[in-house]
Design a protein around this ligand. Structure first.
Ligand code: C2E
Ligand code: MG
Ligand code: MG
Ligand code: MG
Length: 279
């Protein structure tokens, strides 16, 4: 209501993130067809270097505009896909669609691009070969790609996942533990995954603004991560005060509506290419 909107405007409340609000009944055939027909879209959300105060790259986020349901959130169709082999199809689509856009950037840009992977696909045979193959086809350096492991479910085959992630690391691909601070396996992931980055979940970043003890927790996580040689990324930065607080804590990177909303990948790339000084 009005009071809520007003409180949100004053920055006293975080934008309420309720991924299951838009829950619709998705049909396997429908999503499968949309994937086959390339009717999903890739959006890029900028990732900002909080210390150098400049753009560092982007996270790739899938968007599905369904003929029957309108815009369906990935928070809705990703978990649905995870119940079948559709998640492999979605991941393969996501990798190729992302790299296609990355390949159109001048190589010298030095940006990093993050792609979300469900832990479920890590143990699928041929996963590593597929990703490496796609990088070769598109001519994208493995060192400019970050694989984000989203902690939606408990990994049932942790050992296989760890081996797969090691092989990705051997190729120079970076690994991020996504949504740290919520979910199931944070500490287990930290102990066992060969991660290079830790992404702090937006729920922590949002609560930090009004809860001093949460701010202390975030500071402690950033320090802990640095002790473990992990790069830190905060997600859900919605205002300047939060950006400043995180920069002051030494957090390396940030992402959020204040720094840039997800936008069609082509728009992100075009803006970038246009900004390049002409020789
Ligand atoms: P995620 O990886 O944690 O991505 C960040 C989510 O936070 C995105 O939601 C993004 O739009 C949203 N976000 C970014 N900045 C802000 C902010 O300042 N405030 C708030 N309230 N939200 C912000 P989105 O795009 O709806 O994606 C939801 C989740 O779906 C992602 O969470 C990721 O786990 C998953 N996902 C998205 N695309 C893919 C994909 O291609 N493959 C897989 N496997 N998962 C995907
Ligand atoms: Mg992510
Ligand atoms: Mg995340
Ligand atoms: Mg998240």
């Amino acid at each position: 209501g009005m009071a809520l909107d007003e409180a949100q405007r004053r920055g006293e409340l975080c934008a309420v993130y309720q991924p299951h609000d838009t829950q619709v009944e998705i049909f396997y055939e429908e999503l499968r067809e949309a994937l086959d027909a390339n009717r999903l879209q890739v959006f890029f959300q900028p990732i900002w270097d909080l210390q150098a105060n400049r753009i560092a790259g982007a996270e790739s986020l899938a968007r599905w505009s369904s003929q029957h349901h309108g815009e369906v959130s990935p928070a809705n169709f990703v978990p649905f896909s995870e119940q079948s082999d559709l998640i492999s199809v979605l991941t393969r689509w996501s990798v190729n669609a992302t790299l296609r856009h990355v390949a159109s950037l001048p190589a010298s840009r030095g940006l990093s691009f993050s792609i979300n992977f469900s832990p479920r696909v890590l143990s699928r045979p041929g996963m590593v070969e597929q990703l490496i193959g796609a990088l070769e086809i598109w001519g994208v350096a493995p060192t400019s790609v970050v694989v984000e492991i989203t902690e939606t479910t408990l990994v049932n085959d942790l050992e296989v996942s760890v081996q797969v992630l090691r092989r990705l690391r051997d190729h120079g691909i970076r690994i991020a533990i996504d949504d740290f601070g919520t979910g199931y396996a944070s500490i287990a992931y930290l102990r066992q995954f060969p991660a290079t980055e830790l992404k702090l979940d937006q729920s922590l970043i949002c609560a930090m603004q009004n809860e001093p003890h949460t701010a202390k927790l975030v500071r402690a996580i950033v320090n802990m991560a640095h002790h473990m040689d992990l790069t830190t990324i905060a997600e859900g930065i919605e205002n300047r005060a939060t950006q400043d607080m995180l920069a002051d804590m030494g957090c390396d990177f940030g992402q959020g509506f204040y720094l840039g909303r997800p936008e069609p990948a082509a728009d992100f790339i075009a803006r970038f290419t246009a900004a390049e000084p002409t020789p």
